[in-house]
Ligand binder design. Structure first.
Ligand code: PMP
Length: 392
């Protein structure tokens, strides 16, 4: 149970430890509550006290919104984990990586004053829907949402409108929702969203080293509520334009949050490769969940899940199976054209990939919520598979 928390629909009682029978399993969101036990174990070590007089100022140092100490620790973390080359990059903080999506689109768009050819923002389906929805919200002279890469790749030479236009391609690796490792498809500029490129979710074959990379505290340590993300940017001018965007829209990111993230990263670093390694804890949990989930699905002919090949992981120093944050479920029967709907009828709420231009045959099931929620999910899924056997 979780004292002091509001219970969700599947639990009740003073500490939310009592199960509500036959409730609907909510596996929609990517809220990484599975990390909570780790941070409970490290409660004192990770705690931050902020007195009333503390951090009143807009600024961390003269005219600077970003804590240099936090930047240093982010670089140390990437170096120690080996998932990204950060030492030769500029760092831009954002209110979650969500805020940096548009900051980076702006920063990579043409800056020629007249803007005769706007940046063409694209992604490969199935993609993380906010790339489209956010870009379309701000669509203007500078850049436009131009759909999926498939359409452009198919007739690259004939339909490319002019040589001076630039694609701004979101490349999410591992991808949300299907968790495959991805590479750019078109030849333009790239925003590599590496929110999930950490050893608990994927083998790390080598450090990522794209010109523009995006990371998120929500996926690193589970601290989604702190709203903190960062971009690693090679080119100084691009980094400055992204920082200008942050300055215009929020005068820098919360300094309370920066302080908290510093303390969280210090705990992660202090325990790296030890018996309380956060990545080892999280990997173990995700690995168990992925195995349990697959065991249930293997009894079904109605649904299947994505296959991801094992790869060598430089962090764990061995070849390992994937441990994705999401199951990308496919409905195999002709009559189950809407997979989201098929699961909903079995009392499982998933996230339909249709928003990310995926086929309705697929739906995303989150594996990262609290253990209790995952247990409820497996019960509903087991019922679903057993019902299928009764019918056949
Ligand atoms: N990118 C990807 C691929 C995501 O899955 C998410 C969150 N689900 C985000 C960015 C945004 O994360 P946040 O704003 O919490 O950093």
């Amino acid at each position: 149970g979780r004292p002091g928390c509001e219970c969700n629909g599947c639990f009740h009682g003073p500490d939310c430890s009592r199960r509500t029978l036959n409730c609907t399993a909510d596996a929609e969101s990517a809220d990484q509550m599975f990390m909570e036990p780790y941070w409970m174990r490290h409660a004192a070590e990770s705690a931050v006290v902020v007195s009333g007089w503390h951090r009143l100022s807009y600024f961390a140092t003269d005219g600077e919104y970003q804590s240099v100490e936090l930047e240093r620790h982010i670089r140390r973390l990437h170096r120690a984990v080996g998932n990204a080359v950060a030492d030769d990059k500029h760092i831009v903080f954002g209110t979650g990586s969500m805020k940096l999506i548009n900051a980076l689109v702006h920063a990579l768009s043409p800056d020629d004053g007249t803007i005769s050819s706007p940046g063409m923002v694209v992604a490969t389906a199935p993609y993380y829907a906010p790339y489209r929805t956010q870009t379309m919200m701000f669509d203007g002279r500078e850049y436009k949402w131009e759909g999926t890469t498939e359409a452009w790749a198919a007739n690259a030479s004939s339909s490319h409108p002019s040589n001076s236009s630039t694609f701004i391609e979101f490349v999410t690796s591992p991808n949300n929702p299907d968790f495959l490792l991805r590479k750019p498809v078109l030849g333009g500029r790239v925003i590599a969203d590496h929110a999930y490129y950490w050893p608990h979710f994927t083998p790390i074959p080598s450090p990522a080293d794209e010109d523009v990379m995006l990371f998120s505290a929500s996926k690193l340590s589970g601290h989604a509520g702190s709203r903190f993300g960062w971009a690693l940017v090679r080119d100084e001018k691009v980094a400055l334009r992204a920082k200008e965007y942050i300055e215009e829209s929020s005068l820098g990111e919360s300094r309370d949050t920066q302080l908290r993230m510093l303390s969280i990263i210090k705990v992660i670093l202090a325990n790296l490769h030890g018996k309380e390694d956060m990545f080892a804890f999280a990997h173990e949990e995700m690995s168990t969940r992925w195995t349990r989930f697959n065991t249930v699905v293997s009894g079904s002919r109605r649904i299947s899940v994505q296959k991801i090949s094992p790869q060598f992981c430089t962090y764990l120093n061995r070849t390992r199976e994937p441990t994705p944050a999401f199951a990308w479920v496919k409905c195999e029967r002709k009559q189950d054209q809407d997979c989201y709907d098929a699961l909903l009828k079995a009392n499982i709420i998933s996230w339909s990939g249709v928003d990310g231009e995926a086929s309705a045959r697929y739906t995303r099931v989150s594996l990262v919520k609290a253990r209790d929620d995952f247990d409820v999910l497996l019960e509903r899924l087991t019922d679903f598979v057993n019902d299928e056997k009764k019918q056949s």
